[in-house]
Design a protein around this ligand. Structure first.
Ligand SMILES: NC(=O)c1ccc[n+]([C@@H]2O[C@H](COP(=O)([O-])OP(=O)(O)OC[C@H]3O[C@@H](n4cnc5c(N)ncnc54)[C@H](OP(=O)(O)O)[C@@H]3O)[C@@H](O)[C@H]2O)c1
Length: 209
């Protein structure tokens, strides 16, 4: 069997939204050898400094190009979700939803009215046919930025979703970048636990080794 470079074998992750969360997750992915395609609402050239800071393996692209990656991470503001639908054929794509449904930020942090639905169920309507897995949304980015190895254990990242294959991919990815994945069940149940005001929102846990 031919020698194959492990880095080359890892998936390409498209990131839509290159702010606090997009850049933070990108840094963890790059460290573990993934290729990362970052996009924002503007021209990819506006991400030149971000790409330089992130280093090898990071590229800037349009949102359409980021959406065509193997796995796509949503890290854009809630109010911008409607821009996603036409970016690609979302059918069967694994989409990681890191968004929270804030419609205003500090000091009032107003949440969108979801009519009792889980926020990721609403997100799923904007990426029709995709296998949505909620993850990377529960921790403040400055905590998520830290080394996931802490106090003889690994920082917990929760995930939830309806498709077992997509969940397995995200579980592997979380594990591969050094965090401890914890499955919270299906999207309707898990997203409600993970989203703002949910039981595990902001919970910073270390799973003992
Ligand atoms: N901050 C946290 O600690 C945290 C934690 C968990 C979850 N979240 C959630 O993660 C999401 C991102 O938060 P953030 O703090 O990273 O926000 P942020 O720092 O304000 O960054 C937002 C990013 O999204 C981009 N963007 C805006 N509209 C877009 C569009 N239509 N298409 C593509 N990209 C677009 C922005 O690009 P431009 O610069 O071009 O506008 C920017 O790169 C939000 O849903 C938030 O609730 C945040």
């Amino acid at each position: 069997m031919k020698y194959q470079n492990k880095r080359i074998m890892k998936q390409k992750i498209g990131i839509i939204g290159a702010g606090n969360i997009g850049r933070t997750v990108a840094a963890h992915l790059l460290k573990a050898g993934y290729e990362v395609v970052l996009s924002n609402s503007r021209n990819p050239e506006t991400l030149a400094d971000t790409i330089e800071t992130l280093g090898a393996g990071a590229v800037a692209a349009t949102t359409k190009e980021a959406a065509s990656a193997d796995i796509v991470l949503l890290a854009l503001p809630w109010a911008q979700l409607s821009s996603l639908k036409k970016l690609t054929d979302w059918n069967d794509k694994t989409v990681i939803d890191a968004t929270n449904h804030f419609i205003t930020y500090a000091p009032d942090f107003k949440l969108a009215d979801l009519n009792g639905r889980a926020s990721s169920e609403v997100v799923a309507e904007h990426v029709p046919g995709a296998n949505v897995v909620k993850a990377f949304n529960t921790l403040y980015f400055k905590i998520l930025q830290r080394d996931p190895q802490e106090a003889n254990g690994r920082r917990v990242l929760f995930y939830s979703g309806d498709d077992s294959g997509a969940k397995a991919e995200v579980q592997h990815l979380i594990d591969d970048i050094g965090f401890a994945p914890v499955d919270l069940g299906d999207l309707a149940t898990g997203s409600k636990l993970q989203q703002p005001k949910g039981a595990v929102a902001t919970l910073n846990l270390i799973k003992a080794a």
